[in-house]
Design a protein around this ligand. Structure first.
Ligand code: ATP
Ligand code: MG
Length: 296
């Protein structure tokens, strides 16, 4: 096509119906190719912010729940030694014969296939973790390929899922770098409070470094404002600040501060299963739809 437009001259080539038809066909080919690729490869999304308690795990659990409800085959990987996503889904971390976990995957003592277990929700699988993940992180610091262990593991099973969500710890650690290298998208939840954007610049720097050195395909999927309190002007101010900085990358949906969202993990369920009519559940459902649109 390039050569043809050179021979005809750019303008002529642009008008020639044959060339136009040819271009359309090529465009169609690339679109179908992308659809095929997307249908065989999972959208892998890490949920990260090195600031603690901003709603990463809450977002990872509830996003996974609603993706699965929308009939997407979804895997949630708990890659935080706190194991909040694991316990938030009612899996008791301290029971005997718990079986292999993400700790074993990091240590390469088990395959990820043996770690994944179904949740009580259709289309929704969980790869749980235990607090020992923190020891494993220290143990592998001197070992080879320490940054790509999660990517290698996820590569084995990504064909089985439409979405893989990775919940990461509140630090820029080896676990977080593993998460970024394994992912296609980075989702950044930001709490609408004072100092909300503190540390975000550093996180974006780490992301750039990962893109440069290990994963050029990594993309910032968007910024989600969490624990939004419409009674205070501070939430609105912070949200506007986020929009000013991240522009169209800011999700339109905001997650309200809602007591049902906070209660749900103590019952070992996502908020949608706990009280689907609550404001928090409705917001997570809406956010999930927005995310689905962005990752089409
Ligand atoms: P960490 O950095 O420790 O991993 P995190 O970023 O994963 O924390 P969460 O554990 O999701 O944050 O949330 C922190 C606390 O805030 C939890 O007790 C959670 O139940 C509560 N919480 C999260 N989102 C909301 C919300 N929208 N409304 C009310 N409480 C919330
Ligand atoms: Mg968490």
């Amino acid at each position: 096509m390039f050569a043809l437009s050179k021979i005809l001259g750019e303008d002529k080539a642009r008008q020639d119906p044959l060339v136009v038809d040819y271009r359309k066909r090529i465009a169609c080919f690339f679109i179908s190719f992308r659809v095929i690729i997307l249908s065989i490869m999972a959208r892998i999304i890490c949920v990260t912010n090195q600031k603690g308690g901003v709603g990463k795990t809450t977002t990872a659990v509830n996003l996974s729940y609603y993706l699965a409800k929308d009939k997407f085959r979804t895997l949630l990987i708990d890659f935080d030694p706190q194991g909040n996503a694991t316990s938030g889904l009612g899996v008791e971390k301290n029971q005997d014969n718990f079986g292999p976990t993400m700790t074993d995957v990091l240590l390469k003592t088990a395959m990820i296939e043996s770690v994944i277990r179904p949740t009580k929700y259709k289309n929704f699988d969980l790869a749980p973790t235990t607090p020992e993940l923190a020891n494993a992180e220290v143990e592998i610091t001197t070992q080879p390929k320490k940054f790509t262990r999660l990517r290698d593991a996820v590569g084995r099973i990504e064909g089985n899922y439409d979405y893989i969500i990775i919940d990461l710890p509140p630090s820029l650690s080896l676990l977080t770098v593993n998460g970024m290298i394994a992912s296609r998208y980075l989702l950044l939840p930001v709490q609408t409070e004072f100092y909300a954007l503190e540390g975000v610049a550093q996180l974006l720097e780490s992301m750039k470094l990962v893109m440069k050195q290990a994963n050029p395909n990594l993309k910032l999927l968007g910024v989600l404002a969490t624990m939004y309190d419409k009674r205070t002007s501070l939430s609105a101010q912070v949200y506007n600040e986020i929009k000013k900085y991240f522009k169209q990358l800011t999700f339109k949906t905001t997650i309200p501060r809602n007591v049902r969202v906070a209660e749900a993990p103590s019952h070992g369920v996502p908020v949608g299963a706990y009280d689907k009519f609550s404001k928090g559940a409705k917001a997570y459902k809406e956010f999930t739809r927005e995310l689905e649109e962005r990752t089409k």
